[in-house]
Design a protein around this ligand. Structure first.
Ligand SMILES: Nc1ncnc2c1ncn2[C@@H]1O[C@H](COP(=O)(O)OP(=O)(O)OP(=O)(O)O)[C@@H](O)[C@H]1O
Length: 269
């Protein structure tokens, strides 16, 4: 994918590509009374950090997971860096996923494998399948993975199995995996919801470092305070539709009432 930021762009020049373009995205789960996403249209510019807010069931995870096709939308179009995301399959989809990093609430790591292997998994899109299955990686990959682990303060745990780590340590492994992958777009599906407040701030600070390097970030958050502090733009969802789109400074009481409708039985607090 041609998603890299150009030197001109890093100096504050015009973006080299159109970023993430979402048009008319709709998702209805079988048997559900209402659509999880209803005609969502949104463009995320390169270098933005978008925080998606909304009550439980508002459609936040569905939106994030449609972006890398973990969930198939019913209709609508998604493009990243001018390339189609919807409609591609096979090697095109694998290449695309190599350009899109993901951090999940429940880490999505390989618990029985070592921390180092999990970090190298960030490059599985580039490593021949046989080598990945055998766990035989080049010295260059190992060195890069150790560097990523050093950045998150976990180099001393490289040989330990992930299942022996705490939640905060696991999320730092997930961030090291993203560092190893070096994607242009980072998606976070409630990346700090399982963490204590202190660890959550640490993880958000790491994501902030990636954002300052030029990574575009889209993440749902349950914490309005964190969204205001870290994001450059807030998207509010209710009943699968966008009810707020603006900078954190514009998120006042009236806007919060729209995003978190108080007497709405269809959505949970
Ligand atoms: N696999 C599924 N099958 C049926 N309905 C689903 C499925 N996944 C989500 N839904 C429904 O779609 C709607 C949106 O769910 P989604 O998980 O996107 O919301 P959310 O805002 O991320 O909620 P939360 O904050 O609780 O994670 C909800 O009504 C939910 O019950």
């Amino acid at each position: 994918m041609n998603g890299k930021r150009t030197p001109a762009e890093n100096r504050g020049g015009a973006p080299a590509h159109a970023g993430l373009e979402i048009r008319g995205l709709t998702k209805q789960y079988p048997g559900a009374k209402e659509a999880a996403l209803q005609d969502v249209t949104l463009t995320v510019r390169p270098g933005e950090w978008v925080a998606v807010l909304g009550r439980s069931g508002a459609g936040k995870s569905s939106l994030i997971r449609c972006i890398n096709r973990l969930i198939e939308p019913d209709s609508g179009e998604i493009r990243w860096a001018g390339q189609p995301v919807t409609g591609v399959s096979g090697s095109e989809l694998r290449r695309l996923r190599g350009d899109i990093g993901m951090i999940f609430q429940h880490y999505n790591l390989l618990p029985r494998l070592s921390v180092l292997t999990n970090v190298i998994a960030g490059r599985f899109a580039d490593i021949p399948l046989r080598q990945s299955l055998l766990g035989v990686f080049s010295g260059a990959y190992k060195a890069q993975a150790m560097e990523a682990l050093r950045s998150v303060g976990l180099a001393h745990l490289a040989g330990r199995k992930v299942e022996a780590l705490s939640g905060g340590q696991r999320q730092r492994v997930a961030i090291a995996r993203v560092l190893m992958q070096d994607p242009q777009l980072l998606l976070g599906d409630e990346p700090v919801s399982s963490l204590d407040p202190v660890t959550a701030v640490r993880v958000l600070d790491f994501i902030g470092t990636l954002h300052r390097r030029g990574m575009t970030v889209v993440t749902n958050l349950h914490d309005v305070h964190a969204a205001r502090r870290y994001a450059t733009r807030i998207i509010g969802l209710a009943h699968g539709g966008i009810v707020f789109d603006g900078p954190p400074e514009e998120l006042g009481e009236a806007e919060l009432q729209r995003i978190y409708p108080p007497d709405d039985d269809k959505l949970q607090p």
